[in-house]
Ligand binder design. Sequence first.
Ligand code: ATP
Ligand code: SF4
Ligand code: MG
Length: 334
Amino acid sequence: MAQEVQTPQATGTTLVDVKGLKVHFPVKGGLLGRTVAQVKAVDGVDLFIRRGETLGLVGESGCGKSTTGRAILQLIKPTAGTVKLDGVELTKLSSNEIRRKRADMQMVFQDPYSSLDPRYTIGQIISEPLQNFNRGNAKAIQEEVGHLMETVGLNPYYVNRFAHEFSGGQRQRIGIARALALHPSFVVADEPVSALDVSIQAQVLNLLQDLQGKFGLTYLFVAHNLSVVKHISDRVAVMYLGRVVELAKSENLYETPLHPYTQALLSAIPVPDPEVELRRKRIILEGDVPSPVNPPSGCNFHPRCWKAQAICREVIPPLEEKQSNHYAACHFPG
Ligand SMILES: Nc1ncnc2c1ncn2[C@@H]1O[C@H](COP(=O)(O)OP(=O)(O)OP(=O)(O)O)[C@@H](O)[C@H]1O
Ligand code: SF4
Ligand SMILES: [Mg+2]
């Protein structure tokens, strides 16, 4: 593994800068298989991630979190928008240049059962990126695999075992070792613990945090719900129907949410204090999340928003800094 970097958390410089990101998937239909509609999975995402920080990305199922993560890493070609990693515009790079950039940006997947091929040994799985990038001869790679296994808390003695012989938590450690093999600076962790038993979720989260401190990693951490990301995120971005609607430091977002959707999400989280819980006002959202094939005009939250006015149906509210370091996309925040 690379020499350990004593990087301070969130140094303030921007590592990842995403503007106007869109990913529209064509829906084919009819006998001729023509494109009959578009799934607007990501429809104008703006966000930035500072070096060394963890940005939590939360939102309901289907709101576009995974697609955003993949499009930032150029695993899916964005339909529009810009993605800068350390000042380099990724959407303009050739496939060869992207391949070289892969060393610097990696993904940890949600399901360690399906993301690792059960027919390969751990050694083969972790060494693959090292071989693809010609990182030394067979002996050096073997040593590096052993080192990586130790780094993620796996005994190198098991290097020749197959992925299917391991538990979910251990498999996720293998996935993390593989993601770190090339010493990336940026890692997208797409719900990395949600497929694991509750009892081992904390261990894997702690490991990710330890590795961040050790190697100065920057994380985009995707999760379904706000309580999961609260403790591990420096800042949190809330997504709704393909857009980021609020982005702030964790404590500000949880204490003074500015966007009605965030307020509704937070109001649904039970409070441990029974007295506070009794007084807690819950905001019940009307209706379902609309389809990303035909999203509402203007602010796409307007059909469910109790504060909506005429302008909300017509004008998309940009993600703006409404308070210091607190961004919201709403015409009537607060
Ligand atoms: N390859 C694809 N082709 C067509 N539609 C897609 C494709 N991938 C995702 N979608 C659609 O895009 C939308 C966003 O999907 P995405 O997986 O990014 O959401 P998500 O927020 O990660 O959801 P979850 O929390 O369930 O993982 C969904 O409506 C999904 O059905
Ligand atoms: S812009 Fe309007 S509809 Fe959208 S969240 Fe704000 S008040 Fe509600
Ligand atoms: Mg997802």
